[in-house]
Write a protein that binds this ligand. Structure first.
Ligand SMILES: [Zn+2]
Length: 230
């Protein structure tokens, strides 16, 4: 009898230890992800905007070698621009003047311009959240859009952007790489809803002027993405 009670005791102890061993990792996992415990919504991927308005969207990336000719042209013509400037360059080159662009917003293009395709969800989230934190600190306004460097991304990128408070990952429908305006697909003109990719590099002042001319020819006006992607 005593022996049976003893074996029952052992069995209960064994069970308790086993249950504890089994449950510990999941308890830890819940703790580790507790800031995101409510499962933040995944960001939506867009490369153009579905709109009846005759508008297109100028987006300009990076910001390392922004020139006066570019910023003067933007400012003088009051062009709405969605800028994806890296925090480091935003601070160095834009900090003193960003507020002089009434129709410009600063969004997220990672913190260090890393290609995201092979990074874990955790690393992508760290990269994006850090960039949002810095851009908010410098420009005073939290980014709503994320643009992946080189357009390289995966499903985790949508989760990371959502976790860092950005409802949209924004690619483009028109690429101006190499100084040429290249609408994607067979068409040769700009269309309403186009998202146009430029860079803050010296040769892109001429490209921006060409884009503005093409927009005029197509009866389009530049608009801010934030006004169309709430
Ligand atoms: Zn870039």
């Amino acid at each position: 009898m005593a022996w049976r009670r003893f074996t029952s005791y052992i069995a209960v102890m064994f069970l308790a230890v086993s249950v504890n061993t089994l449950t510990s990792p999941s308890v830890q996992a819940t703790d580790a992800s507790s800031p995101d415990a409510q499962q933040p919504r995944k960001a939506r991927l867009v490369s153009r905007v579905d709109t009846e308005d005759r508008v297109a969207f100028i987006t300009i990336d990076d910001g390392r070698s922004v020139t006066d000719s570019m910023t003067d042209f933007i400012r003088d013509n009051k062009i709405p621009v969605t800028s994806f400037v890296l925090p480091e360059w935003l601070k160095k080159l834009w900090g003193p003047t960003y507020s002089t662009f009434p129709k410009m917003t600063f969004e997220n293009h990672t913190n260090t311009h890393r290609r995201l395709g092979r990074l874990s969800l955790q690393k992508q989230t760290k990269e994006l959240c850090e960039a949002s934190r810095l851009v908010t600190k410098i420009a005073g306004d939290a980014p709503r859009f994320f643009r992946p460097p080189g357009g390289v991304m995966n499903n985790d990128t949508l989760k990371a952007a959502g976790a860092c408070g950005m409802p949209y990952v924004v690619k483009w429908s028109v690429d101006t790489a190499g100084g040429l305006v290249n609408p994607v697909g067979a068409r040769t003109t700009l269309q309403r809803g186009d998202i146009i990719l430029l860079h803050y590099i010296p040769q892109d002042t001429a490209v921006l002027k060409r884009v503005m001319q093409m927009m005029k020819e197509a009866g389009l006006k530049p608009a801010l993405l934030r006004d169309y992607l709430p």
